[in-house]
Design a binder for this molecule. Structure first.
Ligand code: GTQ
Length: 347
C-alpha cells in the first residue's frame, strides 16, 4: 500500500470511530459549508396557469374549503419535493375558494401574503376587519393574526399564498390555533385600516406595537397607478424596469418582517440587464406576456403564470407587451441579518 492509501484508510477508520460519538471531521465538508458564492440546492421552475387551473378546479370538486381548512395546491420546488418548499425559506401555493365557501378562522405564527390571481369579490378578514379582494390586490395576514376567507361572489377565486413556513420551521417557532367560529366576529367596519393608514397619514396618537404594517390590503388600482406614474416620470432602471416595493407606512420597512413584496412594470419590448441577488424569489405575472431567462433556462410567461428565480441565479426579463410582475422573497430577513447582496454588473 502506498502512503496516500494508508493515510486515507487511517482517516476513514478515524471517521468511523468518532461517528459513534456524533462527531464528524469539518475538513471533509468545509468547502460546501462555506461556499465561495451561493450554491442553491433548489432549481428554477415555472407553472403555466393554463395547465394548473384545471387541476385547481378539479380540487374544488374533491374537497370543500371547510374540510380542507385551506384548499391549496402547493407550488413545490422540483428539487425539494415532499417538503412544501418553493424555495428553502418560502412556501407558495394557489388557493381556491368557491362561491359560498368559507375557509375557517385560525391564527398561526407563520405570516401569510395573498396575491389575487383570478376573480373578485371574496373577502379576507384579519383581526376583526374584512377586505374585499380584487385581481392584483396584495393582502397580508401577519404573524399571529386571526384570519378567515369567504367568497360571497358568484365566481371562483384563486390567489397565490406566500408564507414563511420553512423559515418558521427552521426556528421551531410555530404555534397555531383554531377560531371558535368559522367566521371571526367583525368588530371594525370595512375600509377602516385603509382610512387610518393608507393615505400618507396616521392617527395622531397611534404608535406601532410591532413590525407589521397596519394596512392589510394594498389594492392593485393604486399600485398600478403608481407604476404608470413612474413610467411617465423617467427612464426605467436597467435591471428592474420600473420596480416598487410594498411598504409599512409606520416604519418604511416591508409590510411583514419575513417577506418582501414587489411590483414591477416592464415596458413593451424592454429587456432587463442581467441581475442576481441572494433572495430566491417567487414571481406572479399580473399583466402582459414575455419571457425570463433564469440561469440557463427560459420560461415564457403570460398573465397568471408563476415562476421561481433561485438565489444568485442570473435573471433577464423580456416583455413582449407591457408587463407587470408581482414578486416576493425573504429579502427583509437577509437585510436584517446583513446578508443580502445583489450583483448589477450585467447592467
Ligand atoms: O390561509 O392560513 O396556503 O395556514 C397554507 C397555510 C394558507 C392560510 C396556506 C395556511 C394558509
Amino acid at each position: 500500500m502506498d502512503g496516500a492509501s494508508t493515510r486515507n484508510n487511517a482517516r476513514r477508520d478515524f471517521y468511523e470511530r468518532i461517528d459513534g460519538l456524533s462527531m464528524a471531521p469539518l475538513w471533509e465538508s468545509l468547502h460546501q459549508l462555506v461556499p465561495p458564492s451561493p450554491a442553491p440546492k433548489y432549481v428554477p421552475v415555472a407553472w403555466d396557469y393554463d395547465k394548473v387551473r384545471p387541476f385547481l378546479m378539479e380540487s374544488g370538486s374533491l374537497i370543500t374549503a371547510k374540510e380542507a381548512v385551506r384548499r391549496v395546491l402547493i407550488l413545490e420546488n422540483p428539487a425539494l419535493r415532499g417538503t412544501a418548499c418553493t424555495t428553502p425559506t418560502l412556501y407558495a401555493g394557489l388557493q381556491l375558494i368557491l362561491p359560498g365557501e368559507v375557509a375557517p378562522s385560525h391564527r398561526h405564527t407563520q405570516s401569510a401574503l395573498r396575491f389575487i390571481v383570478e376573480g373578485e369579490g371574496a373577502y379576507t378578514a384579519v383581526d376583526g376587519e374584512r377586505t374585499i379582494m380584487h385581481e392584483g390586490d396584495f393582502v397580508i395576514t401577519p404573524t399571529w393574526t386571526w384570519h378567515d376567507h369567504g367568497n360571497d361572489s358568484s365566481r371562483p377565486m384563486v390567489w397565490l399564498d406566500g408564507l414563511d413556513i420553512p423559515l418558521v420551521a427552521l426556528f421551531n417557532a410555530g404555534f397555531a390555533e383554531n377560531g371558535e367560529t368559522d367566521e371571526q366576529p367583525i368588530t371594525t367596519p370595512p375600509g377602516t385600516s385603509d382610512a387610518k393608514f393608507a393615505s400618507g397619514l396616521l392617527p395622531v396618537d397611534w404608535k406601532p406595537t410591532r413590525q407589521t404594517s397596519p394596512i392589510f390590503n394594498y389594492p392593485y388600482a393604486r399600485t398600478r397607478e403608481a407604476l404608470h406614474g413612474l413610467k411617465k416620470a423617467g427612464p426605467p432602471d436597467a435591471c428592474h424596469g420600473y420596480k416598487l416595493r410594498y411598504v409599512n407606512p409606520a416604519n418604511g420597512g416591508s409590510p411583514m418582517a419575513t417577506m418582501g413584496t414587489f411590483m414591477q412594470l416592464l415596458p413593451q419590448g424592454f429587456e432587463t440587464a442581467p441581475y442576481r441577488s441572494t433572495d430566491g424569489t417567487v414571481f406572479s405575472v399580473v399583466e402582459g406576456e414575455g419571457e425570463s431567462r433564469v440561469g440557463d433556462q427560459v420560461f415564457r410567461w403570460k398573465k397568471r403564470d408563476h415562476f421561481v428565480v433561485p438565489s444568485w441565479a442570473r435573471v433577464v426579463h423580456k416583455a413582449d407587451s407591457e408587463a407587470v410582475l408581482f414578486s416576493f422573497s425573504d429579502r427583509p430577513v437577509q437585510e436584517r441579518l446583513d446578508l443580502w447582496r445583489e450583483d448589477r454588473s450585467g447592467r
